[in-house]
Design a protein around this ligand. Sequence first.
Ligand SMILES: C[S@@+](CC[C@H](N)C(=O)[O-])C[C@H]1O[C@@H](n2cnc3c(N)ncnc32)[C@H](O)[C@@H]1O
Length: 241
Amino acid sequence: MTAATVYVVGVGPGDPELMTLKAARVISTAPVIAYFCRHDKMGHARKIADSHIKPGTKELRFAYPFTTERLVNDPSYHPDMSSFYDECAKQIAVEIEAGRSVALLCEGDPFLYGSAMYVFDRLESVGPCEVIPGITGMSGCWTQAALPMTHGDDVLCVLPATMPEDDLAQWLKQADAAVVMKLGRNLPKLRTALERAGRLQDAVYVERGTQEEARVLPLNDMNGAAPYFSLALLPGRRGVR
Ligand SMILES: C[S@@+](CC[C@H](N)C(=O)[O-])C[C@H]1O[C@@H](n2cnc3c(N)ncnc32)[C@H](O)[C@@H]1O
């Protein structure tokens, strides 16, 4: 008999068909699934995986103690998040000790800015752990936008829009191709940084890539607030043909 295992499962960028066969198999056979969510929401990874979850599967719902209402530089942010991830790992350990495998769902790929990484770091002593990679959000988005990204020797930079404007401007000036994630309230700052880097005209905004409500437009035309599932793409320089 296979030992109870924690599977950290990448479920892809949003379109349920953009999930690996392995992820679909593990989700449909694991006796327990776990996922992160906002306290008032279903959880995006849970939604993507929905059609593969069999009736009777036990669900561990990990509701974040806070999301955008607390800033990362708030002194309580890291201690409180750390306690939250400790608690998630504890709940998973209880299932493993009882002999039940757990599939921990994660949007895109688990090891790219995924919350599941923090739980993964706490699972070493819990039992066997297998990570199943997923198609990343950025890959889903540049496909949605029909935007070839890296050409020849282009260097691709992946940047979080949460960084200071000066740093963003510097990276964007230097990068051939770039992906800027975590837009949300950082969109106005990113627009200024792109302008300073002389790259605003090339930037493409993608919202909810590969999902039914997906939107693609020049970033310069994007007015209003950006949702959590949005990013900016700066294609490479097409130096080689
Ligand atoms: C915490 S990171 C998780 C990334 C995920 N693990 C991945 O592999 O794409 C969340 C950020 O990814 C980006 N993102 C992920 N999926 C997306 C999608 N389908 N459309 C637009 N942005 C997406 C957004 O910038 C969002 O703020």
